[in-house]
Write a protein that binds this ligand. Sequence first.
Ligand code: ZN
Ligand code: ZN
Length: 345
Amino acid sequence: MSKLLRWIAVSLPLAAVGPLASVISLAHDGSHTSTVKDLSAHFVDGALVVPAKVVDCTLSGGTETKCISLTVKPAPKNMTIGPWCPRLVTDGPDKGGIWLHNNRVHDVDGAFVKDAATFFNDKTWQLFDPATGRINVTDSEVACRAAARPDVDPKYQNHCVECQVSYVTTGTTLTYLIPLKPILVKQPAQRVGRGGVGVTFNGARLDGPAPVDAILGAHTLAPFDDCGGHVNVHVGYHIHAVTAKTTTDCLKTISIEAKHTDVIGLAMDGHAIFARANKTGEEPDGLDRCGGHKDSKLGYHYHAGKPGSNAILGCHVAETGCVVDAPGKSCLHDGWIAWFKRLFD
Ligand SMILES: [Zn+2]
Ligand SMILES: [Zn+2]
């Protein structure tokens, strides 16, 4: 029997929790050693830069518990990222990424950039040189940093912004501390914070909503690639939208049940995140406002939000762990702040 089938066999009688949560919280012999081994096996080779381990952690609501510690690099493994900005107004959709607007996904091709003033109904948009058709792109680290900061350098307004993973400070890693067992809260809340909503088995961050209004406010466009992600210099590659392509071509996914969609990653509260639509395009029923539902076989789990929604998860139903910038660090939301937060959870 494959490892996955063994996990399912172990998980099925415990329908109260999602499959990966079961995998994490109850390995077949119940030991942390096998939990770590089994969960690590889901990750693409080389995605974890130090071996996963179980550590003490304090969750967002103040619960002290055990978390799995997963350390990844700013670039996802076994995944081609980009392109983001087309270079010429004549470029086709293969030269650019996507943009999310009014719940829809739009291709950022040359024509999109050319028509930005009409699309956004604002004459200030002028992202290209009308004489040459060349698009203004932040094609250096200096330009990326200046254009991506909250107060965009006026020099880089009316630019298509893209940053490369090579701009991220050398040696940067991100350590996700995710509870082995979800601790449900009374009031589901966004609990996204700076750590994002979860992590994929390639080591890519599943992020909270992109600040599209702030980006557009500076007359910049920071497209996502066709996998739904882009790069910032602090955390590297991160995904804001799970598109059909994200599931089929970009991420390592795990098929658990033929009728259901595939698992794409782990949420920061220890539940599994599944893709939105299955291979025939069917979407799940009865999702709560966080994007989750309970299934008699799979237990509670999330489905990623519609790609245009700019929200992979609406909220978390359980206390979240955190992301720290070095293995061995603990979540900062401990102490009295967590105690205080627990009053509202
Ligand atoms: Zn982003
Ligand atoms: Zn489901």
